[in-house]
Design a protein around this ligand. Structure first.
Ligand SMILES: C[S@@+](CC[C@H](N)C(=O)[O-])C[C@H]1O[C@@H](n2cnc3c(N)ncnc32)[C@H](O)[C@@H]1O
Length: 359
């Protein structure tokens, strides 16, 4: 038996022949994805990005500001963050990069500082993912205690959702798709960001918000300046009694992907009945590619795929939604996807209207 490696292959340290072209870099990148995440989280927990918000600091001063016990250990973290593109250094001092200044300083309007912690969902879900896949259900999900997770999540995502909703309001007006006194229903209203932005664009409009009891205070706080224009209802959006039987706009923002296919379709159908032949359903979500998809499509969809996997890992029944789902549900209801918007990168919004809108 020859021990010489094949042409084009090499013997690894384990003696297993590997294709010469295969590199372990993608695997290391994923291992480093985990350690990089925690380096970023430590930076946030130490207030490192906030400490640099007013300008550069020498390493000793930065260690003092962040409470790190030695400048040498602070340098270990800060140099890693430089390598990740989140800090810049002259060697003796550190300064924010454009990305960390905009997205990691807690007082920035576009701050993602809180979202870094919350976006993966409960952290215990990830080491248990293989078990979840084997059994088909996660041991602990955000649905077990919505009040422990959603209020913080919706607060962290409110600025982004407000920006998306403002852009949607502009488009609905351009399309003459909503009347000046529009009646709006928002299922799973969270922070109230969508309602606040839509009502700001339509001063004669009113809204009904539906939220789970544990999260309803977030909606009430986020819309309190709108007074009687907003009615906030507590309950499951699938069966709560509504005070109106027609809506000009129904908002389903980041709710469908966390539901089972049956419940997601039932919620869509409820929205379709409310808008009838005249209104519009606004769906904000992260649609996964229609299956089966090719490599290139899937590479481009990493963000949406990972969010769908987050649903699998950490919700009771959520599996994400696809554009094909929306096409199918729309067709069943005599509706169609009239427009797909990307008001800001990675934020997809579908405007779903009746096949022959009478407005
Ligand atoms: C990801 S958040 C999105 C919040 C808001 N729509 C937004 O885009 O900012 C999902 C929201 O749906 C709410 N929710 C989940 N299940 C619900 C149910 N069965 N009935 C009403 N609200 C629900 C959650 O409490 C949470 O606030």
């Amino acid at each position: 038996v020859s021990t010489a490696p094949d042409r084009g292959r090499f013997a690894s340290s384990e003696g297993v022949n590997q294709p010469r072209s295969a590199s372990p870099a993608p695997v290391w990148d994923l291992i480093y994805g985990y350690t990089s995440y925690w380096a970023l989280t430590a930076g946030l927990d130490l207030g490192l990005f906030d400490a640099l918000a007013d300008g550069e600091l020498p390493v000793d001063a930065l260690a003092t500001h962040t409470g790190v016990h030695s400048p040498a250990d602070l340098r270990s973290l800060a140099d890693t963050l430089v390598s990740l593109g989140l800090l810049s250094t002259t060697g003796s001092s550190y300064v924010l990069t454009p990305a960390s200044e905009r997205f990691l300083v807690s007082t920035s309007p576009a701050s993602m500082a809180a979202l870094v912690r919350l976006s993966p969902g409960p952290l215990t879900a990830w080491p248990a993912l293989a078990d979840t896949l084997r059994s088909g259900s996660a041991a602990y999900t955000v649905d077990d205690d919505p009040g422990a997770f959603y209020p913080e999540l919706v607060a962290a995502t409110a600025p982004t959702q407000a920006a998306v909703a403002r852009a949607v309001a502009v488009r609905l007006t351009e399309l003459a798709a909503w009347p000046a006194d529009a009646a709006i229903v928002d299922f799973g209203s969270g922070s109230g960001a969508w309602i606040a932005a839509l009502l700001a664009a339509r001063p004669a409009a009113t809204a009904v918000a539906v939220e789970l009891p544990a999260v309803l205070p977030s909606t009430i706080a986020g819309t309190e300046t709108l007074g009687h224009r907003v009615r906030a209802l507590s309950g499951d959006y699938l069966d709560v009694d509504l005070p109106i039987d027609h809506a000009d706009v129904v908002v389903l923002a980041h709710v469908l992907r966390a539901e089972s296919p049956q419940r997601a379709q039932a919620l869509f159908d409820r929205a379709a009945r409310l808008v009838g032949r005249t209104g519009v359903i606004v769906i904000a979500d992260y649609p996964v590619p229609d299956a089966p998809a090719d490599d290139e499509t899937l590479h481009d969809a990493r963000h949406d795929l990972l969010l769908a996997l987050t649903m699998l890992a950490s919700t009771r029944c959520g599996r994400g939604i696809s554009t094909a789902d929306l096409h199918r549900w729309s067709a069943n209801a005599g509706m169609r996807i009239a427009e797909t918007l990307t008001p800001i990168p990675r934020q997809t919004v579908f405007l779903i209207r009746p096949e022959d809108p009478t407005r």
